[in-house]
Design a protein around this ligand. Structure first.
Ligand SMILES: Nc1nc2c(c(=O)[nH]1)N[C@H]1C(S)=C(S)[C@@H](COP(=O)(O)O)O[C@H]1N2
Ligand SMILES: [Mo]
Length: 263
């Protein structure tokens, strides 16, 4: 390993401790972090910006995540978070074997487009065997099959003013008195157009199971587990993340995890 690599690792280990040290305890909820004025949350938010900028600087834009060989897939992909959405819309689609499903791309695009599962499967296919790292402290090597998000975005025509993709999901991860909270995530356009970022409909050579995000979930291979939205129905191109959820760009970021979530 070159000294530069070593330094980078050490640096990233340091910034990870700063940025997501608290988050490392799991995918469970940290209610106190959801309070906007909370000092821990403010510290995490500042570390967030630092982590994003320094990782982009050090890793560069198009570096690939490591890929593994088939023999390194040792077990099935462990389902985590939502594993069986119960919203009427999802249950209806599931009962129809996702026949009426459409993935919509909207927002700051030249034309709103939507894709059926058959249309997605007819687009150029790509598979990759990668390691999924959950902040709960487990990892899993799995083979993901799908089509590049970049190609789908190009069909919609991303406008110059767009800066982020917001990924909207079917599952109500949390129920509150004020109503359901749906899982969502977001990324910048660098990650959206990354060559390993795919709309995945296959897992370990099978149709993507419900537990792992059927019919379509995103894979952003250089990001942590919570940046891999399952049960995807809409991708919205925006220039500002503040209008969504609690304004931090994702369900877990709204609960104190760092937004960028790079590995
Ligand atoms: N829609 C949705 N996406 C999600 C989650 C979720 O609860 N809902 N959990 C996230 C977390 S924390 C992890 S570790 C992975 C789990 O993916 P898996 O079930 O395929 O292991 O999905 C991520 N994407
Ligand atoms: Mo996770």
């Amino acid at each position: 390993m070159s000294p530069l690599m070593l330094n980078r690792r050490r640096f990233l280990a340091g910034s990870a401790a700063l940025g997501s040290g608290l988050a490392l305890t799991g995918c469970d909820q940290f209610d106190f972090l959801a309070q906007r004025g909370n000092p821990v949350r403010q510290a995490l938010e500042q570390a967030n910006v630092l982590t994003y900028q320094s990782q982009r600087l050090l890793i560069g834009d198009q570096t690939l995540a490591r890929e593994y060989s088939a023999s390194e897939i040792r077990q099935g992909m462990k389902p985590n978070g939502s594993t069986e959405p119960t919203t009427p819309e999802y249950m209806f689609l599931r009962a129809q074997n996702f026949e009426p499903y459409r993935l919509t791309i909207k927002g700051m695009v030249e034309r709103e487009v939507s894709f059926s599962l058959a249309e997605l499967r007819n687009m150029p296919e790509q598979s990759q065997i990668t390691r999924h790292d959950c902040v709960e402290g487990w990892s899993c090597i799995a083979k993901w099959t799908g089509t590049r998000l970049g190609a789908a975005l190009d069909q919609a025509g991303v406008k110059a003013e767009a800066r982020f993709c917001v990924y909207h999901c079917f599952d109500n991860i949390q129920r509150t008195l004020a109503g359901d909270i749906f899982y969502y995530e977001s990324s910048d356009l660098v990650d959206a157009y990354h060559p390993q970022t795919i709309l995945a409909y296959g897992l370990n050579d099978q149709v993507l199971p419900v537990a792992n995000g059927a019919p379509v979930r995103l894979r952003i291979e250089r990001a942590l587990g919570y940046k891999q939205p399952k049960y995807l129905h809409t991708i919205e191109l925006v220039d500002d993340l503040r209008p969504f959820g609690m304004g931090k760009g994702g369900y877990w970021p709204d609960n104190g995890y760092e937004w960028y979530g790079g590995i």
